[in-house]
Ligand binder design. Structure first.
Ligand SMILES: [Zn+2]
Length: 292
């Protein structure tokens, strides 16, 4: 009898401890942001629940002196292709934010849904703030994989490199802010922590690749530059860029934040032709990726 009571007591204590621990984790995570944690898909992971300042200081200490290495879109450690010999490709769309880039191409999203085209989307914190309801709706749609395009759309640098007139992060701490604060922002809203990061402009340095890795993110570049980000690029130019470079495993970079760009008419030309060639479209998270 005594043993039974003992076992019962032990079970009750273990259960209460487990409940308390989970609640404590949720409260800790909530305290770091302005919104409650909504867990939809996965349990809270350690990287998201660890105190942000502690994590930032711990990683920063590992880089007492900056060694940026090479700067570019395809530096060591960045992935740009799916590692495959099958006819699959990834449609990726950036949502950049800022006053020039917080629009929403609703017709494009409607087309992707109508054609059942899976896509991987990279969001900045700026775009999310300007489009809260739209972002939440996109995140609920399993057709779309939600990934990280940085908190403030700053190229990822440890020494403040500039690209296309956009100043990169100035040091390791700022690079962590750009990546991790948006990881947490997205995780708070969606319940899923991003696994991929695409730097603003797709440029980054080699040390940023390492920092991103410590935060659990692989940096993604692209294989096919659609050209849709340049204002005035024609439908024919964009569709040609996609069709002439199409090959197994290619990652295509496009944007979903410019409703007036020609990306939608270009896809209306390119997608049927790619399907005719036997290509299927996939999310990045389900495949092994590779760099140059
Ligand atoms: Zn961007």
């Amino acid at each position: 009898m005594k043993t039974k009571i003992g076992v019962l007591l032990l079970c009750t204590v273990s259960m209460l401890t487990a409940i308390y621990f989970v609640r404590w984790q949720i409260e800790r995570a909530s305290a770091e942001g302005s919104e409650p944690v909504i867990l939809l898909h996965r349990p809270i992971d350690t990287l998201t629940t660890i105190n942000y300042d502690t994590l930032r200081a711990r990683i920063s200490r590992e880089y007492p002196v900056a060694h940026p290495g090479k700067w570019g879109e395809f530096v060591k450690g960045v992935d740009e292709d799916i590692d495959t010999t099958s006819p699959i490709m990834a449609l990726t769309f950036d949502a950049c934010g800022t006053k020039y880039g917080d629009g929403y191409n609703a017709a494009l999203i409607h087309y992707l849904r109508a054609e059942r085209l899976p896509a991987t989307m990279f969001f900045t914190g700026l775009w999310i703030d300007a489009n809260r309801d739209t972002f939440a709706a996109l995140a609920r749609d399993t057709l779309f994989e939600i990934e990280n395009h940085g908190l403030l759309h700053r190229p990822c640098a440890v020494c403040g490199e500039t690209e296309y007139g956009i100043r990169g992060t100035l040091n390791v701490g700022e690079a962590i802010d750009e990546i991790e604060l948006n990881n947490r922002k997205i995780a708070r809203i969606t319940g899923r922590r991003p696994v991929f990061f695409r730097s603003s402009t797709a440029f980054c340095d080699e040390e940023c690749v390492k920092v991103a890795g410590q935060l659990g993110n692989t940096i993604i570049s692209y294989d096919i530059l659609s050209g849709d980000a340049v204002p005035g690029t024609s439908t024919a130019e964009i569709s040609t860029n996609i069709l002439k470079n199409a090959r197994d495993g290619a990652i295509i970079i496009m944007h979903m934040n410019h409703p007036n760009s020609n990306i939608l008419p270009a896809l209306r030309i390119a997608i049927p032709e790619l399907r005719r060639r036997g290509f299927q479209f996939v999310h990045l998270e389900h495949h092994r990726l590779k760099g140059r």
